[in-house]
Write a protein that binds this ligand. Structure first.
Ligand code: ADP
Ligand code: MG
Length: 233
């Protein structure tokens, strides 16, 4: 409970700073991104070297934009707008928006008869997006990514799990996973899992993790299904 308090306090402080800094950065990044686009159009016939540099700038800007949006998302959780969401569709839409390297073999196991979730589709898509990108980043030389869904007995909850055959984590790392700004990556920011936890909990769910160094990692999120609402009435 003490740890949870520290976590909340850190988040609150981070929130105030991040909210304003993130907001201030968003505009100049947008302007830069437009300027690069303009230059790319004007310099369409320029040397390859010039184009390479423009490409570098474009990539770095979009990296920075991603960090800013992670930052803003992690501190400004909007109240969820739950609706009936088909798990298969949710996963399809999540994967659709992610660049998955060809060295990563994706396997889906989504039973057809799964009850729909009662969640905010966009928020849970983001949860899955963050989990899948971590898995991909944990397998720089490729590997297996497995996404499964299973309903509990009675179908009130559905667990969606993301498993990778990546680097895995030590027990110590696992203890710090959900702390804001905890990262082991050179270019990480350590907010992805903060967002995962906050959004999952805001949608009435919970997150579990199992991991072994050198073998891989399994993240499971358990979410309420539509029939949990019927049962509650
Ligand atoms: P970031 O990805 O920016 O580092 P996250 O909050 O998404 O921040 O993840 C925090 C840390 O948790 C990562 O830096 C990594 O050490 C660890 N981690 C998360 N997911 C995985 C995974 N699937 N396999 C191995 N390590 C992971
Ligand atoms: Mg991440």
């Amino acid at each position: 409970a003490q740890e949870e308090l520290v976590r909340k306090e850190k988040l609150a402080v981070l929130g105030q700073v991040a909210g304003s800094v993130g907001h201030e950065l968003r505009n100049p990044l947008g302007v830069m991104s437009n300027a690069v686009y303009f230059l790319q159009t004007v310099l369409a016939d320029a040397d390859q070297g010039v184009k390479d540099y423009l490409k570098i700038i474009e990539n770095e800007i979009s990296g920075a934009e991603r960090i800013v949006s992670d930052l803003l998302d992690s501190v400004r959780t909007k109240p969820p707008q739950p609706g009936a969401v088909e798990v298969a569709e949710l996963i399809e839409q999540t994967l659709h928006k992610l660049p998955i390297p060809s060295s990563v073999a994706v396997q889906l196991d989504i039973p057809a008869a799964l009850p729909p979730l009662l969640v905010d589709a966009l928020q849970i898509q983001q949860v899955l997006r963050n989990l899948v990108s971590n898995s991909i980043e944990a397998m720089p030389n490729g590997g297996a990514l497995e996404i499964r869904a299973i309903a509990d007995e009675g179908g009130k909850n559905v667990t969606v799990s993301v498993r990778d055959s990546g680097c895995g984590m030590t027990a110590e790392q696992q203890g710090k996973l959900f702390q804001p700004l905890f990262t082991t990556k050179e270019r990480g920011i350590g907010l992805g899992l903060v967002v995962v936890k906050n959004l999952t909990q805001a949608n009435g769910g919970r997150v579990e993790v199992q991991s072994e160094v050198g073998k891989g990692t399994l993240f499971s999120i358990t979410l309420p299904s539509e029939s949990s609402a019927v049962a509650a009435e």
